[in-house]
Design a binder for this molecule. Structure first.
Ligand SMILES: [Ca+2]
Ligand SMILES: [Ca+2]
Ligand SMILES: [Ca+2]
Ligand SMILES: [Zn+2]
Length: 734
C-alpha cells in the first residue's frame, strides 16, 4: 500500500488550524484511517509531545473490524529524522481521536541543528567502533537522537564489513553526539541467534518444490521461498535441485538433508504468520525468503540480514542451525522488524530478541514435526554450546547462567540475548503459567503471585498485536507492559481474565505495576460514586443511585437543595459538589459495626460550623461523619452512644480517602490508609444515617464528594487495604 504523506508543522498542529494534506473523503464516507489520524495529530499535539519544528509522516496503518484505526507516523524535527520519535495514533470508529503512543517523555528541546563535530570526525569515530575488517563506511547522516532524554543532535554512520571471525557479516550503525563527538550507541543490523545444529531435525516432512527440467527447492505456495547451499563458502549460493523430489537422506552426507530442514521451516513460518496473524510474508505482499544453508565452516550461528536467512553448520560442521525454533527465530526478526523497528540495544534490543524466541517457539509448535516436538527451549536440537544444552530456557531463562529471568535495572545493559530473558519468561508465564508445567518449572520473581496461563494461542495474538500497534522503537519492558495490556484490552476486554493474566505475568517477571483492575472489597451496603448512577437536571443532582446492590439510593426533589455534578475534578473523575446549603436524602443505612470510606474534600476555610458528609434528618438522632474544621474530621452517634470523636487528619481542603472503622470496641480513623486515631468506644445500637451533606438542616457541607462506601462490618485489614487501594489508584491519592 502506498504511503500517504501528512507533514504537519507542530505550532499549527497544536493550534489545530492546518487542514490535512490528505485527500478529503467523499461526502458521507468515513475518513480514511490515515486522514483521520493526521487530523487527530493536528488537534492533539500534546499527546505525542509535539514541539515547534516537528513534522510527521504517515506509515503503516491498521483498521480494526469495528472501524477503529491505528496509524504509525515517523517524526522529523527541523527537517532531521528523530530516533525514538515515532508515534502510533489510535482513532475510534468514525475517526475521532482516542489515544496516542509516543516514546518521548517531553517535547524535543534541541538548542541547535548545526553540528559542532564535522561529519568526517564522526565517520572516523564509527570506524574505531568496528571490530573486524571494514569494507565500506557510509556518509554520516545528521539526526536527532531522542531514544532517551529531550533529544540531542547526532551523527549516524553505517560501517560494513566482516567481524573478527572473518565470516560473520556486520552492518554496524554508530550514533555519535554531534556536539561532543562521543558514541551514544552502536548496534549491528545483522541479528544473530544463539542456536545449535543437527540433521533432519524435523523428521520426514512434506516439502513444496517446483519442477522444470528437474525439481528445485523453490516453493511457489509460500511466496517462492527458495533454499540454496553455500557449500561451506560465504558468497555464492546454489539452489538445491533433485531428480526425484525426495530430498536428503537424514544424514549430513547429503547436503539436501539440511536444505530440507530449512525449506520446511521457511514454509511453516510463512503459514504461521499468514494463517494466525493474517500477514502474508514479511512485507505483507506475499513474498517469500531465501534460506542459505552450509554457510562457512564450523560457523556456529545463524543470522537474518534483512532479506535472507543464513545457517551455519555448527561446531565441527556437525550440528547445522536449521532447527525449527532457530529458523523461526531468525525469520521472526524479519516479521518483528516489519511491525516495529525495535532499536537493537538496551531493553528494546532484549524485547526484539524475546520476540524472535516467541516466534521461533510458535513455529516449532505449529510445525508439529515428528522429529522435533514443541517446547519452550531455544536451540535444543542444535548444539551451539557444545554441551548438549539448549541455548535458552523460556520458563526460567536464568538457567543458562546469563539471561535475566526477572527484570532489574541491570537488564538494559545485559546485552540483547540476556535481556530477552525477561520477555521470554513473561511470554511463558502468560501462556503456560508459573510453577510446575509440562515444559519445565517457572519460578515467580520476588513475592509476585502465581500465574495461571491463558494458553499459547492467545498469548501469541496479544504479542503480535502489541508489536503491531503499541510498541515503538525505544519501547522498554515497562512500555511493553502497557502495550500488551492495551492489545489485550482490544482483543479480550479490559479487566478480562486475559487482561488480568497479562498484568500478573508481568508482575511475575518483576515488571511491576499496581493492579489496573483494582476493585473495592465486596459486601458494601452503600456505594455512591460520582462517575456512575448520577442523574441530573440542569447540572443539578436529582438522584444518586447506590451501586452496592442494596438499593440505598439518595435523592433530592427540591431544586434549591440539589448539589451539582462537576466533571473532571479529581484525577479526571467527577465529583458531587455541595455549596453549603444542599443535601441529599439517603435511604437509611443502619450498621452496628461498620467501615466507611469517603473520597472528598472540605472547602470551608472557617473553623465552624462543621460540614456533615453523612448525617441524619427528621427523627434520627445526632449521627454524623463530618469535616470538623480545616484540619480535623469528626464522628459521633449520640443516638447509639458514640461520643464526638475528633481526629486530626491533616488538611481537609485537599482530596483524600477518609475512612472510619468500628468493630464494637475500637473506633479507628484513617486517611489514605494511614491510621490517624484509635479510640475505645462502646455503642448502644445501630448508627443511623439518612442524609448526605447536612445534619437536621444544619452543618451543611461546603465541599466535594467523589465516592462513598459503607460496609456493615469492620473490614479485615486485607479488605480495608483492597478498598483503599482501589480508591487510591482511581483518584491518584497518596
Ligand atoms: Ca532425491
Ligand atoms: Ca523441540
Ligand atoms: Ca525449541
Ligand atoms: Zn535474534
Amino acid at each position: 500500500m502506498r504511503r500517504t504523506l501528512a507533514s504537519i508543522g507542530a505550532a499549527l498542529l497544536v493550534a489545530g488550524l492546518l487542514t490535512s494534506t490528505t485527500t478529503a473523503p467523499a461526502a458521507g464516507a468515513p475518513p480514511s484511517p490515515v486522514a483521520a489520524a493526521a487530523k487527530a495529530l493536528q488537534q492533539h499535539g500534546p499527546a505525542v509531545q509535539a514541539a515547534t519544528g516537528d513534522a510527521f509522516a504517515a506509515g503503516r496503518s491498521v483498521v480494526d473490524a469495528d472501524g477503529g484505526g491505528h496509524v504509525r507516523f515517523t517524526r522529523t524535527h527541523r527537517g532531521l529524522a528523530v530516533r525514538g520519535g515515532d508515534v502510533v495514533v489510535h482513532t475510534a470508529p468514525g475517526g475521532a481521536f482516542e489515544s496516542a503512543t509516543s516514546g518521548l517523555a517531553a517535547p524535543l528541546a534541541v538548542p541547535t541543528v548545526t553540528p559542532a563535530v564535522p561529519a568526517a570526525d564522526a565517520a572516523a569515530t564509527a570506524r574505531k567502533a568496528f571490530a573486524g575488517q571494514i569494507t565500506s563506511t557510509g556518509t554520516p547522516t545528521l539526526l536527532i537522537d531522542a531514544t532517551t532524554g529531550p533529544g540531542r543532535l547526532a551523527w549516524e554512520t553505517v560501517v560494513r564489513g566482516m567481524t573478527l571471525d572473518k565470516q560473520t557479516p556486520s552492518v554496524l550503525h554508530v550514533v555519535t553526539d554531534a556536539g561532543s563527538g562521543t558514541v551514544i550507541e552502536a548496534w549491528d543490523e545483522i541479528e544473530t541467534v544463539l542456536g545449535t545444529g543437527n540433521t533432519f531435525y524435523a523428521g520426514t516432512v512434506p516439502l513444496d518444490t517446483t519442477f522444470t527440467t528437474s525439481y528445485a527447492m523453490i516453493d511457489p505456495s509460500h511466496g517462492n521461498n527458495r533454499t540454496c547451499t553455500m557449500n561451506h563458502g560465504t558468497s555464492a549460493c546454489i539452489t538445491f535441485t533433485d531428480a526425484d523430489n525426495i530430498w536428503g537422506n537424514g544424514t549430513l552426507a547429503d547436503q539436501a538433508t539440511v536444505g530440507a530442514d530449512a525449506h520446511f521451516t521457511a514454509a511453516v513460518t510463512y503459514d504461521y504468520f499468514k494463517n494466525v496473524h493474517g500477514r502474508a510474508g514479511i512485507t505483507g505482499s506475499g513474498a517469500g525468503i531465501v534460506s542459505r544453508v552450509h554457510y562457512g565452516s564450523n560457523f556456529n550461528n545463524a543470522f537474518w540480514d534483512g532479506t535472507q536467512i543464513t545457517y551455519g553448520d555448527g561446531i565441527g560442521n556437525a550440528k547445522p542451525f536449521t532447527s525449527l525454533d532457530v529458523g523461526g527465530h531468525e525469520i521472526g526478526h524479519g516479521y518483528t522488524n516489519a511491525l516495529v523497528a525495535l532499536t537493537y540495544t538496551g531493553e528494546s534490543g532484549g524485547i526484539n530478541e524475546a520476540s524472535s524466541d516467541i516466534w521461533g517457539t510458535a513455529v516449532e509448535f505449529t510445525a508439529a514435526a515428528p522429529g522435533d516436538p514443541g517446547d519452550y527451549l531455544i536451540g535444543e536440537e542444535i548444539d551451539m554450546l557444545g554441551t548438549g544444552e539448549p541455548v535458552r530456557y523460556m520458563f526460567d531463562p536464568a538457567l543458562d547462567g546469563v539471561a535475566h529471568s526477572c527484570w532489574s535495572p541491570a537488564t538494559a545493559g545485559a546485552g540483547n540475548h540476556a535481556a530477552a530473558g525477561v520477555g521470554d519468561h513473561f511470554f511463558f508465564d502468560l501462556a503456560e503459567g508459573t510453577g510446575f508445567t509440562p515444559y519445565g518449572y517457572s519460578p515467580v520473581c520476588g513475592t509476585a503471585a502465581p500465574v495461571i496461563g491463558i494458553g499459547r494461542a492467545k498469548a501469541e495474538k496479544i504479542w503480535y498485536r502489541a508489536l503491531n500497534l503499541y510498541f515503538v522503537s525505544n519501547t522498554t519492558y515497562a512500555g511493553a507492559r502497557v502495550g500488551t495490556l492495551a492489545a489485550t484490552a482490544d482483543l479480550y476486554g479490559r479487566c478480562s481474565a486475559e487482561y488480568r493474566t497479562v498484568h500478573a505475568a508481568w508482575n511475575a517477571v518483576n515488571v511491576l505495576a499496581d493492579d489496573p483492575c483494582a476493585a473495592p472489597a465486596t459486601g458494601s451496603m452503600l456505594w455512591l460514586r460520582a462517575d456512575a448512577g448520577v442523574a441530573t437536571s440542569g447540572g443539578l443532582v436529582t438522584n444518586w443511585l447506590d451501586q452496592s446492590g442494596t438499593a440505598h439510593h439518595a435523592s433530592q426533589a427540591v431544586a434549591a437543595l440539589q448539589p451539582t455534578l462537576v466533571a473532571g475534578v479529581v484525577n479526571g473523575k467527577p465529583v458531587v459538589r455541595f455549596g453549603g446549603a444542599q443535601s441529599l436524602n439517603l435511604t437509611t443505612v443502619n450498621p452496628t459495626r461498620f467501615t466507611v470510606f469517603v473520597v472528598g474534600k472540605n472547602s470551608r476555610t472557617a473553623s465552624t460550623p462543621p460540614g456533615a458528609i453523612l448525617g441524619g434528618i427528621g427523627a434520627n438522632p445526632n449521627n454524623q461523619l463530618r469535616w470538623e474544621n480545616p484540619t480535623q474530621s469528626g464522628v459521633l452517634g449520640t443516638g447509639n452512644g458514640i461520643p464526638l470523636t475528633v481526629t486530626t487528619v491533616g488538611s481537609t481542603g485537599a482530596f483524600h480517602a477518609l475512612s472510619v472503622r468500628y468493630d464494637g470496641a475500637t473506633l479507628r480513623v484513617y486517611r489514605d490508609g494511614v491510621l490517624k486515631s484509635s479510640t475505645a468506644v462502646v455503642s448502644t445500637g445501630p448508627w443511623l444515617l439518612n442524609n448526605i451533606g447536612s445534619y437536621l438542616a444544619t452543618n451543611y457541607l461546603l465541599g466535594d464528594v467523589a465516592e462513598i462506601l459503607v460496609y456493615p462490618s469492620a473490614l479485615t485489614e486485607g479488605n480495608r487495604s483492597t478498598t483503599n487501594n482501589y480508591l487510591r489508584l482511581k483518584y491518584a491519592l497518596p
